[in-house]
Design a protein around this ligand. Structure first.
Ligand SMILES: [Zn+2]
Ligand SMILES: [Zn+2]
Length: 263
C-alpha cells in the first residue's frame, strides 16, 4: 500500500468534499493516511477524523507557528492528549525561522517539551524545520544524547548536513511534492545519497501539491506523483519502493500501529 505520512485533512480546505477526497485516495492505492494536528483547537477535529475513517491515523502536537508563549503546553498535558489508540505520533513540532511569528526561544522550548513527551509516551516525533538547520541539529543531537527518542523530519527541504544528522540519529526523512519541482535539483541530489531504509513520503496536503498539480489544493491521491518521482530519483522499481516505504512507516510507528491493523 501507499502511505501518506503527513497531511492536514482536518483543515477547512476539505470541509466541502471530504468524502470525494477520501475515495480518490483509496482509488489511487493509498492504504493509510497520517493526519497531523497543529494546535490545541484542532484536537477534537482530529479525534473525529480518526474515529470516522479506519485508514486515517493521527498525530497530535503544537506547530511552531501555533505556539502561544503565554500558555506553553506542559509535558504532562501533552502526554495526556496522546491516549487515543489511533494517535500514533507526536507533532508536528519544530523550528520555523522562515515565518518566525513566534520567538525562537519559545519554539525551542516547545520542541524540547514534545521530545520529552515522545520519550514518555514512546511515540515518534514529527518534526517541522525551516531555515533553522543549525539550531535543529544542535537540539536533536543534544536531546538524543541525553535520552533517545525516535521520529521523522517531515517535508524535508533542508541541507545535506541536516539530513545526515537525522539519518545518523536513526530518524526518518519524509519527502513531499517539492521533489517534483523543477527547481529542486539540489534537494533531489541530496535525496540520491540518503538510505532508502530511512525514507518516507507525504503530501503535507493542503500545501505543496506536486507537479503537475502545483498551485492547486493538494490531497492524498496526488502523492502518486511524489512516489513516482522518488522511484526515478532512487532508480528503483515502483513495486520495490512501495514495499520499502510501507515497511519504513511501520517500523517507525510500530508502538501503536500493528502491522495487520488494516487487514
Ligand atoms: Zn510542517
Ligand atoms: Zn504539516
Amino acid at each position: 500500500m501507499i502511505i501518506d505520512s503527513h497531511c492536514h485533512l482536518d483543515f477547512e480546505n476539505f470541509d466541502d468534499d471530504m468524502d470525494e477526497v477520501i475515495s480518490r485516495a483509496k482509488e489511487s492505492g493509498i492504504g493509510l493516511i497520517l493526519n497531523v494536528a497543529t494546535d490545541l483547537r484542532s484536537y477534537t477535529d482530529l479525534i473525529a477524523l480518526i474515529e470516522k475513517y479506519p485508514f486515517i491515523f493521527g498525530a497530535f502536537g503544537i506547530h511552531p507557528g501555533s505556539i502561544n508563549p503565554e500558555d506553553m503546553i506542559s509535558v504532562q498535558d501533552l502526554t495526556q492528549m496522546l491516549h487515543h489508540l489511533k494517535i500514533i505520533g507526536i507533532g508536528e513540532t519544530g523550528l520555523d525561522y522562515h515565518y518566525e511569528n513566534v520567538d525562537r526561544k519559545y519554539q525551542q522550548e516547545s520542541l524540547r517539551t514534545h521530545i520529552e513527551a515522545s520519550r514518555i509516551a514512546r511515540l515518534p516525533i514529527i518534526i517541522h524545520t525551516r531555515d533553522a538547520d543549525k539550531d535543529m541539529i544542535n537540539i536533536l543531537r543534544e536531546e538524543m544524547l541525553y535520552k533517545p527518542f525516535t521520529g521523522m523530519i517531515h517535508c524535508f527541504s533542508s541541507s545535506e548536513q541536516m539530513a545526515k544528522t537525522a539519518i545518523d540519529l536513526g530518524m526518518y526523512i519524509s519527502l513531499s511534492g517539492i521533489i517534483t519541482f523543477k527547481k529542486s535539483q539540489e534537494l533531489q541530489d541530496i535525496v540520491k545519497k540518503l538510505p532508502l531504509s530511512q525514507l518516507l513520503i507525504e503530501t503535507d496536503a493542503p500545501y505543496l501539491a506536486p507537479v503537475p498539480y502545483r498551485g492547486k489544493r493538494n490531497e492524498p491521491s496526488m502523492i502518486m506523483e511524489t512516489f513516482k518521482q522518488l522511484a526515478r530519483i532512487k532508480d528503483v522499481s515502483e513495486e520495490k519502493l512501495e514495499l520499502i516505504l510501507e515497511e519504513n512507516f511501520h517500523k517507525l510507528f510500530k508502538n501503536r500501529l500493528k502491522k495487520d491493523a488494516l487487514k
